[in-house]
Design a protein around this ligand. Structure first.
Ligand code: SIN
Ligand code: MN
Length: 200
């Protein structure tokens, strides 16, 4: 475990041990069954390469009507509860009293990526976003709060946890690519990223 700071992003390397990572995957299995992954459409009609689902009161969603949070899975069922281990992780790392209302789950298959973006569909940016990486390595790109500025990239490995708070809360970030099958945590390979967010 070590703490790295890049452009205000707090990167806790190997915050979760291999045992904790495996335990978390076991908690995610029933969640994925209750709320299967789906491929959101971008507002411009494209398909995101990342597949998603969520737990908590709200899940992030995107289609022709735009980016937003919705209170049910696109198939109609309510989102499952956020795993308690993730609630503890949130409180332990941030010291924030409020609980996260969304745990977004992004699954990156071999060719998935996520373009540079800001997380700004939440109501109050004084709350951080906490991100947990599991499975294959992901090349994380971090910039500043304006589009097109300088950026840095670093590999996020399984068990790493990133806190995006303060100046980094509205900083651009994205995932350029993953190193498919670099980890054995997920039997079929790929990368899971969980982000915990206060939405309202
Ligand atoms: C995200 O910005 O929602 C995901 C970031 C990541 O996959 O590390
Ligand atoms: Mn994001």
């Amino acid at each position: 475990m070590s703490l790295l700071r890049v452009r205000g992003f707090e990167i806790h390397k190997t915050y979760l041990s291999a045992t904790e990572q495996r335990a978390l995957i076991s908690e995610l299995r029933p969640l994925l069954k209750a709320a299967p992954l789906f491929s959101p459409e971008t507002p411009r009609g494209g398909k995101m390469s990342v597949r998603m689902t969520a737990s908590g009161q709200y899940g992030w969603f995107s289609d022709a009507a735009g980016y937003r949070y919705i209170d049910h899975h696109p198939k109609g069922q309510p989102w499952p509860d956020i795993p308690t281990s993730l609630l503890s992780l949130w409180h332990g790392l941030t010291g924030v009293e409020r609980a996260p209302e969304c745990c977004l789950l992004n699954y990156y298959g071999e060719d998935a990526r996520m373009g540079l973006h800001q997380d700004k569909d939440e109501a109050d940016f004084s709350y951080p976003v906490v991100s947990v990486s599991l499975g294959d390595d992901g090349l994380f790109r971090v910039g500043g709060t304006t589009r097109g500025g300088k950026s840095d990239s670093l590999w996020l490995n399984s068990g790493d946890v990133v806190v995006m708070g303060g100046d980094a809360r509205l900083a651009y970030h994205g995932v350029d690519r993953i190193r498919f099958k670099s980890s054995r945590l997920l039997p079929k390979g790929g990368r899971i990223n969980l982000t915990l967010r206060v939405v309202t």
